[in-house]
Design a protein around this ligand. Structure first.
Ligand SMILES: [Zn+2]
Length: 266
């Protein structure tokens, strides 16, 4: 089962038919001799490609950008999505975190192949770098820059701490555009300005920072920060280990969040 075959099946509802007397440079399946048509000299990921001088039906489909313009089916490189044998689930940054922590919310069934694509830039093709996953407890997340194995259970505590940093106070919640204690850029760097640290509570901040330091260079950390939504901090933050509500149940948004996401991940 190749990534492009899953994409083809997810979006067309049928398996691709492989024909040709050479092999696909992207996935190794039978292909027509047409590689030069699809792989231009400007292609920068040449090290991902195998031998052969063809591109197969499934990979031609995954590469196709014209679909997006016709608005019938979105172009794969312009979206974050989960692909299964039964369909695909397109999602935006506001749902990314919830789906990463539980891909079953997008219809993924354990034991069946699926792909998880987190496309920050919405400009790159991800399929030929991706690996096929079979378990929602440990699966491959492919971003534009890097791919990594992700186990939601192992990242739960980190996610809860990131959520705590990316929440806002009761007073702030009354405002039209509530500001979170820290921006996403600050949570990524863990080097926020002093006045923000004071507002949040210095002891708690430095305790969280110490716990997060060993995770912050992992691509999963960036993915969690990218996908997390601001939360109304209506619990007592001095209590450790409080439950974080991760339901997909609304459209909590604020201007700063939008701006941060656009600025950070474009
Ligand atoms: Zn192929």
């Amino acid at each position: 089962m190749t990534p492009s075959k899953i994409i083809y099946r997810a979006m067309n509802g049928a398996d691709p038919v492989y024909t040709g007397d050479t092999i696909c440079k992207f996935c190794g399946m039978p292909a027509e001799r047409n590689a030069k048509r699809y792989i231009k000299p400007t292609f920068t990921d040449i090290h991902f490609l195998g031998p052969g001088d063809g591109v197969c039906t499934a990979c031609v489909f995954a590469l196709d950008d014209r679909r997006g313009q016709e608005n019938t089916m979105p172009s794969c490189r312009k979206m974050s999505a989960i692909y299964t044998l039964h369909g695909y689930h397109k999602f935006d940054a506001l749902s990314a975190f919830e789906l990463m922590m539980d891909p079953q919310k997008a219809g993924v069934q354990d034991g069946e192949p699926f792909l998880f694509f987190l496309n920050y830039s919405k400009k790159k093709h991800l399929f030929y770098k991706a690996r096929v996953s079979f378990s929602t407890r440990s699966f491959w997340v492919q971003t534009d820059n890097i791919g990594f194995m992700f186990s939601p259970d192992e990242w739960k505590d980190v996610a809860n701490m990131v959520q705590e940093l990316y929440s806002y106070s009761k007073e702030e919640a009354k405002k039209k555009n509530p500001m979170t204690y820290f921006t996403k850029a600050e949570i990524l760097s863990l080097m926020p300005s002093l006045h923000r640290i004071e507002k949040f509570g210095a002891n708690r901040f430095f305790a969280i920072k110490e716990s997060l330091m060993m995770y912050k260079s992992h691509p999963a950390y960036e993915a969690i920060v990218y996908g997390i939504r601001p939360k109304d901090d209506n619990d007592d933050r001095t209590k450790n280990g409080r439950q974080i509500d991760t339901r997909i149940d609304g459209n909590i948004q604020c201007g700063t969040q939008r701006a941060q996401q656009n600025g950070l991940f474009d």
